[in-house]
Each structure stands twice: as C-alpha cells, then as structure tokens.
Design a protein around this ligand. Structure first.
Ligand code: MRU
Length: 364
C-alpha cells in the first residue's frame, strides 16, 4: 500500500482558538451551510440534532466546544463549576458513541490538571488539547485506512488490480471524522490502488448513506451507487459484493459492535453468504469497560424522525397515517462472532476479538 497521504475534499469542521464552525449535515446534499457555535450548548444542540454526527467527529466537536466554553466563561464568577456543568451536558448529548464521553474526559483531565494556572493559561491548555485530539483522529484515520486496505487486499486475494465492490451502511467517512474517515478511509486507500465500486445503503430514516456517503464519495471521484437498505441482503446473496465495511459507535471488550441500526442485518447476510464483514474504528471507539454489547446504551430517537421525510428540512412530508406511532432505535449491536476483522489505527483484530482488542489497546 502506498504511503502518500490519502486526502479528501470533504471537511466538516473548522475550529481554532475561539472558533468552532460545523458543516450542517442535515442540509446535505442540498446545500453547504455552516453553523457558528458560540457556546458549548450550541455544540450540544448541533450534536443532538445530528447537524454534526459520526462517533469520532462528535468527540472532536465536543472537545472544541469545551475549549470555546472556557474562553467564553473566563471572566465569569464560578468559572470551574460552570465549565464542569457544560462538560456534563456535552457528555450527555448522545449516549451510544463512546468517543463523545472519551473526548469530554480528555478535556476534563486537562482542565483539572491546569487548576493552579491562570484562567488564560487554562483556556490555552484546553485549546491545545482540542487541537491534539483532532490531529490524533486525523492521523488515526490515515493509519486505519492503510491497515484496512492491506487486510482486505490479502483476504480478497486474486489479481491485486481486479475491481472490488464494497457495501457500506450509514456514513463512516470524512463527514464523520476529522480525517478521511474510518470505513470510507479504507475505501479511499483501496481505491488509490485498484478499481473500487461502493454500494451505499441509503440508511433510513436519516439517510446518512444516500445523502452523505454518496455525496462525499462522489465529491472525491469514487464510484458509488445507492442501495435501498432492504436490498442489501439479496445483493450480498447474489455474489456482487466483495466485502462489507462499516464504522462503529462503540465496541465492547468482547468485540460486540454498536453501529447505525441496520448494521446487524448486513453482518448476518454477509456471514450467511461467506462475504467478509469488516468494522473500522479508532481506538477511541473501543470501550474496555463495557464487557459486551448488552451493556452498550442504545440511543432511541423520536419516532417522528421515522414518520417524516426530511424531518429537519423546510417542508417535512409525512409518510404514514396520522396517529400511528413509530419506533426508532438508532443503533444495533452486531455480535463479535459475525465480525471478521476490526481495523484500528494500531492494527487489525481478528477473532477471538477479546484478545485481539486487548492487544491493540496495549500498543502505544
Ligand atoms: O447517528 P449517526 O449518524 O451519528 O451514526 C453514525 C454511525 O453509526 C457511524 O457508522 C459511526 O458513528 C462511525 S463514524 C466513523
């Protein structure tokens, strides 16, 4: 695999001292509008409403939101208490992606470690920590992309120049990270070497696949076709999919993977038809304190998001009879036994994942 940086034209965040701008992903692909966050609560709202989404990116947005909040509060009485409350609100904005809690914890540790310093110095410490957190995510994406592409090339075998067709669910791309993406980073690395076609599950009801994955891959010139979620199993059965690759919001110590609802069905279909099922995620997504998927908190969102087409758009359209409710568990858990490989920036875990993940976590 070549070592030139992969790069992407897709950048969903722009942040620095006193500045946090987020690409409003609810408006894509119709328009590219940006949200200027002025407070930590602006970042909380952007995360809750899915204006910014994807496990690694909500962590990075939270880190910058807390740096911003420290600068805003620096002249106020009750600086420490107000900042700590904002940190708690950010950590609670969404429950499933452990990256969010991990980011807030990193910022808390930095804030408390600088307790003896002036307020200006503490603000600078938080800004430096957010910058580092963002850069680490960017670097992790690059490393993951190469490990994943190498693993897939080896697993798929045959002519190294032959075309590959990858199926993905949700958006685990540049729009979900500070870099080239997790699953889509692997796609980018593979596409730099050989012809790659991507089938993007539409990913109802927020359409991360149809709206976001298709938009970002098309922007970077990677061949992508949108697939109704309900067609994934039959396409996998037909032999037209070389491998499925997805991201993750939280991976338990035993290798169970929480990701966007619908992922589990893709994994089942892959196993039934002998197609490799691969998860790509940075180590900030691993949660060794969570023994298995049963302990992963699953976010349930408002059923109205299922009943309406384009719920956050200018003219939402109802697709169901009035008065009929809908259930919306936003994530599901794929058992470790169905996951052929978990790709991280430190390397690849293959079954048994409990040992593989512990080994990867212990690496520097
Ligand atoms: O609800 P979302 O859009 O935040 O869900 C995102 C996913 O499920 C992604 O697959 C996951 O966060 C990995 S992103 C690199």
């Amino acid at each position: 695999m070549k070592s030139t940086p992969l790069g992407t034209r897709v950048v969903p965040i722009s942040a620095g001292p006193g500045r946090l701008r987020l690409l409003d992903q609810r408006r894509l692909p119709r328009e590219e509008t940006w949200i200027d966050c002025l407070t930590a609560d602006d970042a909380v709202e952007a995360i809750r409403s899915l204006a910014v989404r994807g496990a690694p990116l909500i962590g990075v947005a939270a880190a910058w939101g807390l740096a911003l909040e420290a600068r805003r509060l620096a002249r106020n009485a009750g600086f420490d208490a107000s900042w700590e409350e904002a940190a708690s609100r950010l950590a609670a904005a969404r429950p499933t992606a452990v990256n969010l809690a991990a980011a807030v914890e990193r910022m808390r540790n930095a804030f408390r470690a600088a307790a003896g310093e002036t307020r200006a110095a503490r603000v600078a410490v938080l800004e430096a920590e957010a910058e580092r957190f963002e850069a680490e995510d960017r670097d992790a994406c690059e490393a993951m992309a190469r490990h994943g592409a190498d693993w897939l090339a080896q697993r798929l075998g045959g002519d190294p120049d032959s075309p590959v067709t990858l199926l993905t669910h949700c958006n685990a791309g540049a729009l979900a990270t500070a870099g080239v993406g997790t699953a889509l980073g692997v796609v980018r690395a593979l596409a730099a070497e050989r012809p790659v076609t991507v089938f993007a599950d539409e990913t109802r009801p927020f359409w991360q696949g149809a709206r976001l994955t298709a938009w970002e891959l098309a922007k970077d010139g990677i061949d992508v076709t949108i697939l109704p979620d309900v067609a994934a199993a039959s396409l996998i059965a037909s032999g037209r999919v070389s491998a499925a690759i997805v991201g993750a919001d939280r991976i338990a110590a035993n290798g169970d993977v929480a990701n966007k609802v619908g992922t589990y069905g893709v994994a089942l279909a892959c196993r039934a038809h002998g197609v490799p099922f691969v998860v790509a995620a940075p180590r900030t997504t691993l949660d060794p304190a969570c023994p298995s998927g049963a302990q992963i908190p699953i976010e349930w969102r408002d059923g109205a998001e299922v009943l309406l087409l384009d719920p956050s758009g200018d003219s939402p359209l109802s697709v169901a009879p009035a008065g009929v409710p809908a259930l919306y568990p936003a994530f599901d858990v794929t058992p470790a036994a169905l996951v052929d490989a978990i790709v991280t920036e430190a390397g690849v875990s293959v079954s048994p994942h409990a040992e593989g993940l512990a080994r990867l976590l212990a690496l520097p």
